[in-house]
Design a protein around this ligand. Structure first.
Ligand code: NDP
Length: 328
């Protein structure tokens, strides 16, 4: 194809400091892969903010274009899987980490990193969900896989990207959702998500040395780890399922075996990055159909590539709220 020039956000290291700049790139600058996509929308995740500020745990080599989510239109696919004009979503694998990501107008990736945009979902809507919405969907899928007959479900980190989508989808499916949050004053926000009860982070973290606590939850979607997760596991009812996807509070888990051997509780790890393409496609279809949220627009704010620099700083300072969709 023609060596088109396009805009990209580039992060580069200059004298030990990381600078972000909108630059011009060419198709020939893109990494190897069969699939070239014209990106219409991307979205800003915390992982992008880390990559854009020189976090080597996310991105080892600079200069780099971050963006772990992208949605757009196929320009060319050497694998033959997609036709020119097909609409696709690209997330997971190494996208946006050590492979140039979605904060540019064109991307080139292996075709197995993409899934088809499902019917009934626009490219923009897919990026409002993005990796956060997909991770919520994956957690809910694992939570309900064996038994859907649950009632009380706890969601932690509830005002975050994953937590908010988890609350809203579970409430839509008819479950009684309790939210653990540091923002206990944000009642209007949680009412909109369909949350029934709110618990403060402090109350959700037990500091006693008890091995088991009062049985409260049929299921738990945890996004924060640490003491809030261990308390939730100790408070899960017989046969309950707990999913764990994040470490917003802590990566540590101080626990004993009794919830597992006396109550048959299961702890399930969630990884959206290496999730199979078949499961990804299946879950995106669910997101676009029986799990689709009416209030999806309320979750997001549209920004341009030029606004990313400021938004990344806000996110790193903990001052960002909701989802930021980037229009390219
Ligand atoms: P966000 O930053 O949007 O939300 C995290 C939420 O956690 C915050 O909004 C806050 O909610 C809560 N929180 C923040 N700090 C603390 C703290 N010190 N103690 C307790 N709660 C805290 O992140 P995401 O929702 O996008 O992601 C959540 C987690 O999941 C992250 O750790 C992320 O890295 C991980 N993740 C993992 C994926 C996977 O595939 N395993 C994929 C995507 C994300 P509140 O104020 O309501 O308490």
């Amino acid at each position: 194809m023609e060596n088109i020039k396009f805009k990209a956000l580039e992060v580069r290291e200059v004298d030990g400091e990381f600078k972000r700049e909108i630059i011009k790139k060419e198709i020939n600058d893109l990494p190897q892969g069969e699939l070239i996509v014209e990106v219409k929308y991307s979205s800003l995740n915390y992982k992008d903010a880390l990559s854009a500020s020189g976090n080597r745990g996310v991105t080892k080599k600079y200069p780099h274009t971050p963006g772990i989510d992208a949605a757009g239109v196929v320009v060319e696919d050497e694998s033959g899987k997609y036709q020119k004009g097909d609409k696709v979503i690209v997330t997971g694998h190494d996208f946006g980490m050590n492979t140039a990501g979605g904060f540019e107008k064109y991307i080139r990736v292996p075709s197995q990193w993409a899934v088809r945009l499902p019917a009934n979902l626009s490219l923009k809507e897919s990026m409002i969900y993005g990796t956060a919405g997909f991770t919520a969907a994956l957690s809910i899928y694992k939570l309900l896989a064996k038994d859907k007959s649950k009632e009380d479900i706890l969601v932690t980190g509830a005002s975050g990207g994953v937590g908010s989508f988890a609350c809203a989808i579970l409430a839509k499916l008819g479950y009684k959702v309790t939210a653990v949050t540091g923002k206990t004053g944000a009642r209007y926000y949680f009412n909109n998500l369909g949350v029934k009860n709110i618990i403060s982070r402090k109350k959700a973290a037990d500091n006693s040395s008890k091995m088991l606590l009062e049985k409260k939850w049929d299921g738990v979607i945890d996004t924060v780890g640490g003491n809030i997760l261990s308390t939730a596991i100790k408070s899960t009812k017989y046969g309950g399922i707990v999913t764990c996807c994040g470490n917003a509070a802590s990566a540590n888990l101080d626990l004993n075996v009794y919830p597992f051997i006396l109550r048959g509780v299961s702890l399930i790890g969630i990884d959206s990055v290496k999730c199979s393409q078949a499961l990804k496609q299946k879950l995106w279809k669910k997101i676009a159909s029986e799990w689709k949220l009416e209030q999806i627009d309320e979750f997001s704010q549209e920004i341009r590539l030029e606004d990313l620099n400021k938004q990344i700083d806000k996110m790193l300072a903990g001052n960002a709220k909701g989802r930021f969709v980037v229009k390219l």
